[in-house]
Ligand binder design. Structure first.
Ligand code: ZN
Length: 145
């Protein structure tokens, strides 16, 4: 089977994003009850506090908005807390975005922007993805980034 014109190559599920209002409460549940380990950082780009919790090959990503105009806060106001997005790992994010653009996919970011743990990320518009918010992630160097 040859690849269709315009198709991209996803490497794996990188992480699952969960939008929350209270990081301390969510961390307590995820570390003390679920037994995961967390690395917490903040993102000026997305105006969120981020906790990455490795679970096998995938990361769970908790996102707490740090500003009322954070996109995560807007989504929490619209849909409540909970599952926010799924993130797919790609090798070259800008190349992938170019291919998607040519295929007519609506993009929120046309180039990779700084994500958590030194990654570069971009979101696709839900208008093109059947309502699922999809993030692309490029990680250079270590697997966990
Ligand atoms: Zn994410």
């Amino acid at each position: 089977m040859s690849e269709k014109l315009g198709s991209i190559k996803l490497e794996k599920i990188d992480h699952i994003g969960i939008a929350i209002k209270d990081m301390d409460k969510a961390l307590k549940f995820h570390t003390e009850i679920l037994g995961l380990e967390a690395n917490v950082e903040t993102s000026a780009e997305f105006k969120v506090k981020i906790a990455f919790l490795p679970l096998g090959e995938v990361l769970i990503e908790l996102l707490e908005p740090t500003s009322p105009d954070s996109d995560v806060m807007k989504r929490i106001k619209k849909r409540g807390e909970g599952l926010d997005h799924i993130a797919y790992r790609v090798k070259d994010i800008d190349d992938t975005l170019n291919t998607l653009k040519k295929a007519g996919v609506k993009l929120i970011h046309e180039k990779g922007v700084p994500g958590g743990a030194g990654s570069r990320v971009a979101f696709l518009s839900v208008e093109s993805t059947d309502g699922v918010l999809i993030e692309l992630v490029e990680r250079k160097g270590s697997e966990k980034g």
